[in-house]
Design a protein around this ligand. Structure first.
Ligand SMILES: Nc1nc2c(ncn2[C@@H]2O[C@H](COP(=O)(O)OP(=O)(O)OP(=O)(O)O)[C@@H](O)[C@H]2O)c(=O)[nH]1
Length: 319
């Protein structure tokens, strides 16, 4: 197919004005701070590239667009937009704008692709690609910061567990689902026994280490669908979707025994801690709110404390 330099070279003397106009257009295209190329849509032959492309990708020789612009391509690119540039009647479909990370130089480009009529009347592809790497990395940094902020807003910094806010947000959703699908739901609450004594004897930092250790034990025991949170100073809660009371009790006992069996060594001194558990469970949760269920679990926790601590009490809520 005819390339622009061929047009300039082959123009007859009496078409000098024509030639000058084409050369002027090429000069304009070469002065732009964007990569521009034109390629045959069937053979992928490069019909025009501007100086910007030459500076970044070198001389094209006889390379086709996919050989010239990308690496490791043994044929046309899988992400080639040619099919988006023509409609079902093989007519130009307008402008298609997309963003792409170039496989040769790793830069990000915003590409503006279009099928246009070439000198011989054929539809060809023109791409105008602007380097947006700086903007993209700023966007990526912002996105990472947003995700970090979101994570921190929902995470208890000491234990890395969900915080109270997330527990309530997710919990309300779980209860709605339970109501919709008529599933049993349970809540386990637990609270360390005589934790004040640990703080008073060993200091607040050791108390923190104990809280972290207890959180790790609980986190290692629950299933991924369970919502484990630190909802107060030394108070934890686990919302158990699709879990009836016997199952919740089994889990609570497993965690309780694991906490009681654990020994934390601080300066070679063994520190042990125990916890009391309360469970509430509903088979058909009806109009029960998360707060209702949590309050019932809290009452059961209080009973465990009252009856000697390091134990589990449970209540089945009637529908
Ligand atoms: N180290 C540490 N201590 C905390 C934190 N949050 C709350 N506490 C402490 O937890 C202790 C709770 O004391 P109490 O409410 O009397 O409960 P307890 O000593 O565990 O007694 P029982 O619950 O009745 O068995 C207090 O000393 C609080 O200062 C925390 O983030 N880190």
């Amino acid at each position: 197919m005819t390339k622009i330099p061929d047009i300039i070279a082959s123009s007859a003397q009496n078409a000098a004005e024509n030639t000058a106009q084409v050369a002027a257009v090429v000069t304009v295209l070469n002065s732009l701070d964007a990569m521009i190329y034109v390629a045959d849509m069937k053979t992928y032959e490069l019909l025009f590239i501007n100086d910007y492309a030459r500076k970044k990708w070198g001389e094209p020789g006889n390379k086709r667009c996919w050989e010239y612009l990308q690496t490791n391509q043994s044929g046309p690119c899988a992400f080639c937009t040619n099919d988006k540039l023509l409609d079902e009647n093989q007519q130009a479909n307008g402008v298609y704008v997309w963003e792409f990370q170039n496989t040769q130089n790793g830069h990000w480009y915003q590409c503006r692709d279009e099928a246009i009529r070439w000198i011989n009347g054929d539809l060809v592809r023109i791409e105008i690609a602007t380097d947006i790497t700086d903007r993209k990395s700023m966007e990526q940094e912002l996105e990472a910061a947003r995700r970090e902020a979101e994570y921190l807003a929902g995470t208890d910094p000491l234990t890395d567990l969900n915080n109270r806010r997330v527990f309530f947000n997710l919990g309300e959703q779980v209860l709605k689902e339970a109501l919709r699908f008529n599933c049993p739901t349970s809540i386990i609450m637990f609270d360390l026994d005589h934790f004040k004594l640990i703080n008073d004897t060993w200091g607040h930092n050791v108390g923190d280490a104990v809280l972290k250790r207890v959180a790790d034990i609980a986190a290692a025991t629950v299933r991924t669908a369970d919502i484990l949170a630190r909802i107060g100073g030394e108070e934890f809660a686990i919302l158990l979707p699709q879990t009836d009371l016997p199952q919740a009790r089994t889990l609570a006992e497993r965690i309780r025994k694991a906490i009681a069996a654990d020994v934390l060594l601080i300066n070679n001194a063994p520190i042990g801690v125990e916890a009391s558990f309360g469970i509430s469970s509903c088979e058909e949760c009806g109009e029960l709110t998360l707060t209702d269920l949590l309050n019932i679990a809290d009452q059961q926790l209080y009973l465990s404390k009252k009856h000697g601590r390091n134990r589990t009490s449970a209540h089945q809520v009637n529908p």
